[in-house]
Design a binder for this molecule. Structure first.
Ligand code: CTP
Ligand code: CA
Length: 226
């Protein structure tokens, strides 16, 4: 089997994948989160491992399990923890695929005690921006590293995705079409368009997330070989 492994396209290549949501604590029992299931990121990590890569998967809270036992999983909760885990692994990784739905804002103050109901009719929670992990990695990208991001848009989809591709110094971006039935959160299928740094665009059909993961990995392999 060692011989068979040697022939895999990503053998000896380290990959870092993020998956799932992040939870930003409000108080000891509450958080700001989102509906990301982690399915897409886990499928990508499995596919990279199947292709021979040495995969580290940084996952926010998710019920998913890796099918490939070789995937090294790091569990995190918040955007800050996810950033820290990615920073630890960025120097020696070649492929980065950031599919996590990272919170854009986090509460400024985390209450140490459970917040009690107040007299008034409204409650305001002040938040501050999180670090954009993908942008950080784009700013620190080295020769030979391949950086892939996702974009979830509801309007001006391609224009917004291209803006993210360029602002974050990505090699390609995977645009999710959440508007389509059977695509997006929790479901097992997804419809994506891949746009690369040369603005080459490929629109894929509605597929299973495993199939989408395979398409993303093939694109990564073809760019690594350029
Ligand atoms: N991302 C990240 N760190 C953040 C926010 C986003 O790494 N703090 C990554 C996501 O994993 C994804 C990409 O950036 O790969 C795009 O995320 P998205 O939410 O679509 O875009 P944003 O740049 O956050 O902009 P907006 O939410 O305003 O559309
Ligand atoms: Ca965002």
């Amino acid at each position: 089997t060692a011989d068979i492994r040697q022939k895999l396209p990503l053998v000896n290549i380290k990959a870092l994948v993020t998956a799932g949501p992040t939870y930003e604590a409000i108080d000891p029992v509450r958080f700001i989160g989102n509906h990301s299931s982690g399915k897409m990121g886990f499928a990508i990590a499995d596919e990279l491992a199947r292709l021979g890569a040495d995969v580290t998967l940084v996952s926010g809270p998710s019920a998913q399990k890796s099918k490939q036992r070789a995937v090294k999983r790091i569990d995190v909760t918040s955007a800050a923890e996810m950033l820290e885990a990615c920073q630890e692994h960025y120097a020696d990784s070649r492929i980065f695929i950031m599919s996590a739905a990272v919170a854009d804002y986090t509460p400024i103050n985390v209450a140490t005690q459970k917040i009690k109901k107040q007299g008034g009719e409204s409650l305001t929670i002040e938040t501050k921006k999180t670090v954009d992990i993908l942008k950080y990695l784009g700013e620190h990208k080295r020769e030979g590293q391949l950086l892939v991001g996702f974009a979830l848009e509801t309007n001006n989809e391609e224009q917004n995705a291209i803006a993210k591709l360029q602002a974050k110094n990505l090699d390609f971006i995977v645009l999710n079409s959440l508007g389509d039935a059977g695509a997006g959160f929790a479901v097992d299928t997804n419809k994506v368009t891949i746009i690369d740094r040369d603005l080459q665009k490929t629109a894929f059909d509605l597929k299973t997330k495993d199939e989408v993961a395979a398409d993303i990995c093939q694109k990564a392999i073809s760019l690594l070989r350029q």
